[in-house]
Write a protein of this length. Structure first.
Length: 154
């Protein structure tokens, strides 16, 4: 059985944080016409860091809240999402690997989990720098990317 190559804490496409979802490098620019009828580039430009705080977060089946805090550290990226009244004002920790797309024009982050999967995640603990907490959260989300027979039990 092959181990999963999914790293929940790594951004799938770091260019989504600067220059839009279209793959960019320091020598290329985002397209002036994103092809969706809107005008102008979809982000400030390649290499320009974008603060995701305040962006809306969309699960695969609807809105879950807004980004309250974001980290773009290498292999330690995450979003803290304030869910507002949806789950009684609870905040959730979403590892960067759950993000599939960032839409800078709409100020939205799209994740490929359902609202229920996010609601069922381990509770966010802002005081915990405990590696066991990070491992538990990482395992929970990693399990959603494994075939059912390989998922962690417990």
């Amino acid at each position: 059985m092959q181990p999963s190559i999914f790293n929940p804490w790594a951004w799938r496409d770091p260019s989504a944080l600067a220059g839009g979802y279209t793959q960019t490098t320091p020598s290329t620019s985002p397209p002036d016409d994103p092809g969706d009828g809107r005008e102008g580039p979809d982000a400030p430009g390649p290499g320009t860091p974008v603060d995701l705080v305040g962006y809306q977060v969309q699960a695969s089946d609807g809105r879950i809240g807004a980004v309250d805090e974001a980290s773009d550290e290498v292999d330690a990226g995450y979003l803290v999402v304030d869910t507002g009244p949806w789950i009684l004002g609870r905040k959730v920790l979403l590892p960067a690997g759950t993000v599939v797309r960032v839409d800078h024009q709409d100020r939205a982050v799209h994740v490929d989990l359902t609202r229920q999967e996010i609601k069922d995640a381990p509770p966010f603990d802002p005081e915990s720098a405990d590696p066991e907490y990070r491992d538990r959260v990482g395992r929970y989300y990693t399990d959603h990317y494994l075939p059912r027979q390989e998922r962690h039990r417990g």
